[in-house]
Design a protein around this ligand. Structure first.
Ligand code: ADP
Length: 450
């Protein structure tokens, strides 16, 4: 096994704090880099060492030459990229390896492959995974696009090939709208991802978003840690994540887990990863994409399996084996994660900002909070609006919903608006309580919930 005694965390906020905690428990020293805007970050205080990167506050977490330089100077053995920022940069992963640093994540060629949604669908189809029907090369010409959409049959979805976070996506129900949607998907893709390539696929109506957590070592062993239901979304962005998925047919669950494990074995995947599917109302399954990093919603899986995903990710990168066999992974109870965002649900989710004036957090049985907030903290305005994650665990569905209601009622953040009132309304909503929701649930019910 390689020795990992010191890790540089190339990230910020709650995930940086989460990784620091994993390091402390593993007796590993942690080093963080931080932008000028983040000087007061809790993770900066909690890490063993912290190094500022001056200049643009976003660039600080993207300038990888600088980050690698600091990692080498501070004698780190490895770099954990967290999620977002450099986590899905094959170039960065390669640069780490070239500089003798272990990249805590998959191999660069897998990051490259799965970073391209079209290429990953082709690769997954080749190893027997059912994928959504669509183009496997970018569609550049409007008339070609119209023809393809006609062949696939409306409704279709136009998607940014290198997109993420629900951006660069347009649903087209009628041929007449194709041109405008094609243009706006391309423009949004250029704006957010610097690449305008889009592709077209069949729009699956009223599906559930079900994803499988995979964990794989360097010796060809692959396990799944069950599914997460991420159907509660606003504009294709996850808001609440749940495991297990209420009302999901057990055969479908097993099939999704099995095909994900088989595919990752065949493709020689290493580290943690998430295979994302859509499941329609006839229980047809469609692979949509693979995420080659730890996900925001990993804690729900940790709560029902007891597996510390971040620690295992670090140990696997050091060359450890999986240690468990599939039948030794036990699933217990339900877990729900609520993403806490600094945005105003009553003003079309406009981002909010300010200083945290009062911070009363929920505690008690079944409550876990992942956040870097504290009273007096001034929230920087230049980063993502997700300021924390509330994770609730209980033995059954009714219990977890009841605990969530209680915990959300205990949560008071004063200083700026958050989406906590939206979560409070959702856990009181009859359809949610009955476990009846698909990816259209939130956008459809938003008026009554806000
Ligand atoms: P991103 O990488 O931006 O998160 P995804 O491809 O993971 O994008 O899709 C995000 C969400 O968009 C899905 O969970 C689903 O709600 C919706 N979506 C994506 N592709 C389709 C599709 N072919 N049919 C229906 N909904 C889709």
């Amino acid at each position: 096994m390689k020795k990992i005694a010191k890790i540089l965390i190339a990230n910020r906020g709650e995930i940086a704090l989460r990784i620091i905690r994993a390091c402390k428990e593993l007796d590993i020293k942690s080093v963080v880099i931080f932008s000028e805007a983040d000087a007061n970050g809790l993770w900066v205080a909690r890490a063993d060492e912290a190094h500022p990167i001056v200049g643009n506050p976003i660039d600080a977490y993207l300038k990888y030459e600088k980050i690698i330089d600091i990692a080498k100077k501070t004698k780190c053995d490895a770099i954990h990229p967290g999620y977002g920022f450099l986590s899905e940069s094959a170039e960065f992963a390669q640069a780490c390896e070239n500089n003798g640093l272990t990249f805590i994540g998959p191999k660069p060629h897998h990051i490259q492959l799965f970073g391209d949604k079209m290429a990953s669908k082709v690769a997954m189809k080749d190893v027997g995974v059912p994928v959504v029907e669509g183009t496997s090369t970018p569609v550049v010409d409007l008339n070609d696009g119209k023809k393809i959409a006609q062949e696939i049959g409306y409704p279709v979805i136009i998607k940014a090939a290198f997109g993420g976070g629900g951006r660069g996506m347009r649903i087209v129900h009628f041929a007449n709208d194709f041109e405008a949607m094609f243009e706006s998907a391309t423009n949004e893709s250029i704006k957010y991802f610097g690449k305008g390539e889009v592709f077209i696929e069949k729009y699956v109506q009223n599906p559930r978003h079900i994803e499988i957590q995979i964990i794989a070592d360097q010796y060809g062993n692959v396990l799944h840690l069950g599914e997460r239901d991420c159907s509660i979304q606003r504009r294709h962005q996850k808001v609440i994540e749940i495991t297990p998925s209420p009302l999901l047919n057990n055969d479908v669950r097993e099939k999704l887990c099995q095909i994900s494990v088989d595919a990752m074995k065949k493709l020689g995947y290493e580290s943690v990863g998430t295979v994302e599917f859509l499941v329609d109302d006839k229980d047809e399954i469609y692979f949509i994409e693979m995420n080659t990093r730890v996900q925001v919603e990993h804690p729900v899986t940790e709560m029902v399996t007891g597996v510390d995903i971040i620690q295992r990710m670090i140990q696997i990168a050091a060359g450890d084996t999986l240690r468990y066999k599939q039948d030794e992974i036990n699933f217990r109870g339900y877990a729900i994660e609520f993403r806490i965002n600094s945005e105003d649900p009553q003003k079309s989710f406009m981002p909010t900002a300010g200083t945290v004036k009062k911070y009363l957090t929920p505690t008690g049985p079944g409550v876990r909070l992942e956040s870097a907030l504290y009273a007096g903290y001034e929230l920087p305005t230049c980063y993502d609006s997700m300021i924390g994650k509330l994770i609730i665990t209980a033995l059954d569905w009714e219990g977890v919903v009841a605990k969530a209601r209680r915990a959300l009622d205990e949560f008071h953040i004063e200083g700026f608006k958050t989406n906590i009132p939206l979560h409070k309304a959702i856990v009181r909503n009859a359809a949610f309580k009955a476990g009846k929701f698909d990816t259209g649930y939130l956008d459809l019910n938003l008026d009554t919930l806000t």
